[in-house]
Design a protein around this ligand. Sequence first.
Ligand code: BTN
Length: 305
Amino acid sequence: MRGKILKALYQSKDHISGEIISKKLGISRVSVWKHIQSLKRDGYTIDTSPKGYLLISSPDLLLPDEFTGLKQKIYYFKETSSTMEVARKLAKKGEEAIVIAEAQTHGKGRLGRKWHSGKGGIYFTIILRPKISPAYAQVVNLMAAVSVAKAIKLVFDLRAELKWPNDVLIKGKKVCGILAEMDAEVDAVNFINLGIGINANNPISLYEKDVTSLKEELGRDVSRKELLAFVLNEIERQKLLLGRKEIINEWKDLSSTLNKNVRIIMPNETVKGKAIDIDIDGALILKRKDGSLRRIIAGDCIHLR
Ligand code: BTN
C-alpha cells in the first residue's frame, strides 16, 4: 500500500488530497496519513498542507516501494552480511524473491573473493527458478550481464562492455560483478541465485586497479534506484528468453572478450588462446596457437594485450 501511495505522489505535480488518495486506493484517510508519516521517516520530504500532500524529494535509497510492477516480494536491508546468504535461506524455503541491501558486511565475489560493499553501491540477489538444465546455467550469467549493460546504456548513455563470463566493464574497467549460485540435480535446476553488485556512488579508489564506478565515469552521483528499476525490469524480460538464441546474440554484440587473446584460469588448468565464439550454452570457444579449438564452460578470464 505504501508503494501505491508513493506512486500517487510521484504522479501528482501538485498537492494531492488525502481524500483523493484514500478513495483511489480504498483505504481510510487515517491510513493514508500513517503511510505518509512512515515515508517521511524513511527520508521522503512530503509537504503537507490543507490542499493535501506534495512529494518534494525522495531519499537515494533502494526501498522496495520504488520498484513497482514486479511480481516477486522484495526483502530490503540497510545492511546485511550478504544478499546471497539471505537469498539462499529464502530459496531453500521455496521463495522466489529479490533481496536488496544498501551495504553488505561480507559481500561475496566469484571464486571465494570478497566484494567491497560499502554504502552507495547497488547490491542485490534475485532468486530464479528457470526451467533449464544445469548445463545451460552459464547463460543465466550472460543474460544478467546483458541486462545490466543495457540498463547502463539506457539510463546513463554509457557504453558498457561484457567480459566473459559475467563482468560488466566501462572503458575496460569493471563496474559490475555477477555471482550465480545454483542448486540443482543432475538434470534439473532447483534455483539459481543471481547476485549482482554495481559500483554506483560508492568510493572505489581503495580497491584494486581496473575497477570503476558510475560516479567515477560520469563525474557526479547517479540515481541508483532509477538504474536498479531498469535492471530488474530488463532481467524480467530477458529471463523469458532463456533457451533462445537472442541472449547469446545480444551478449556477443556487447562483448569485449571476443576476438581477444585471453588466459582462462580453471581450478586444475590454465589455457591461452583467442576467444572466437560463445556457444548456445554460453561456453567460450578458444582457438589455440596450434589451431585446435577448446570449449571452456567456466573459468576466470583475463584479457591479454
Ligand atoms: C564478482 O566477483 O565479480 C561477483 C561479485 C558479485 C557481488 C554481488 S553484490 C550482491 C550479491 N551479494 C554478494 O555477497 N555478492 C553478490
